[in-house]
Design a protein around this ligand. Structure first.
Ligand code: NAP
Length: 266
């Protein structure tokens, strides 16, 4: 059975850069996102690395998407050695005026699909994880530095990332005894399509002078994942930011994030 790294949200941003990094390091890839032509383009771009690349377009806001992905893997007899749950998006603005449908899709993509893929593919890994070298099987869930604090005007997004962070840390302790690594990646502001998609243009969060490139985030992540690190925070400013959330009372923290996230008109 051929072994693969499966990456959701591989069409742009951090997921795309992770795909490049994994291909460079000789991993076969299964690339998932909605935009088929961007995935096919990436497949072409990575063809020089002589790894196998499969493209499986899927909308993770649809309830049956994780089951379809699971079926696709089983039908093709692919073994997922590394699962990267990266797909995600944010909504921004006064919660009561945001589209309820989009808020619910945000929960579906950022939380429910991630949980279901972890359960389904984690169970495939469990079938022979104890016969493999240490942490041969890995699951990397993408949270955010936002997961460490409440986030007024992006309340749903911050809460989804708090879920991903706590869920992944919990699973790290459960799964390590079964020889499956669960790591969580917590990037800070990163230059991708993320802010444009969330329609965040003039909030301070979109103008951080410390924004990292998606390429740097991916390179750092690959290195730390291969060292089996449970919580991966790229960039010194992001590490300091996360540490400082322990120093402030929550009443102060939420006022700071409010001032960072709020846009004119909210
Ligand atoms: N950029 C940041 O500042 C930042 C900071 C912390 C954490 N993160 C997290 O990093 C991850 C990647 O984000 P990014 O910054 O790289 O943003 P991005 O450039 O907007 O990429 C998001 C990826 O997720 C995919 N995606 C979104 N909705 C989807 C859906 N319904 N079904 C399938 N795929 C979907 C997109 O592909 P399609 O549109 O083709 O479906 C795209 O490939 C997210 O989980 C995000 O929350 C980002």
């Amino acid at each position: 059975m051929l072994e693969y790294t499966l990456i959701t949200g591989a069409s742009t941003g951090i997921g795309k850069e992770l795909a490049k990094e994994f291909a460079k390091n000789h991993h076969n890839l299964i690339l998932i996102a909605r935009n088929k032509s961007k995935l096919e383009e990436l497949k072409k771009e990575l063809s020089s690395h002589s790894v196998k690349i499969e493209v499986f377009p899927m909308d993770l806001s649809k309830k049956d998407a994780p089951e379809k992905i699971h079926q696709y893997i089983k039908q093709n007899q692919y073994s997922v050695q590394i699962l990267i749950n990266n797909a995600g998006f944010a909504t921004n603005g006064f919660f009561l005026k945001n589209s309820l449908q989009t808020e619910l899709e945000e929960i579906q993509v950022n939380i429910t699909s991630l949980l279901e893929l972890t359960h389904r593919i984690g169970n495939e890994m469990l079938k022979d994880s104890l016969n493999k070298p240490k942490y041969h099987y890995k699951i990397l869930n993408v949270a955010s530095t936002a997961g460490f604090q409440p986030g007024p005007y992006m309340s749903t997004y911050y809460a989804t990332k708090a879920f991903v962070l706590n869920f992944s840390e919990g699973l790290y302790e459960e799964f390590r005894h079964k020889n499956i690594l669960v790591s969580v990646l917590c990037p800070g502001a990163t230059k991708t399509e993320f802010f444009e998609r969330a329609k965040i243009d003039h909030a301070m969060i979109a103008k951080s002078p410390y924004m990292m490139s998606a390429e740097d985030v991916a390179k750092y992540t690959y290195k730390k994942l291969m060292k089996n690190q449970p919580i991966i925070i790229p960039g010194i400013m992001n590490k300091i930011g996360v540490f400082s959330t322990r120093l402030f009372p929550r009443s102060v923290l939420r006022k700071i994030t409010k001032s960072i996230n709020q846009q004119k008109g909210n």
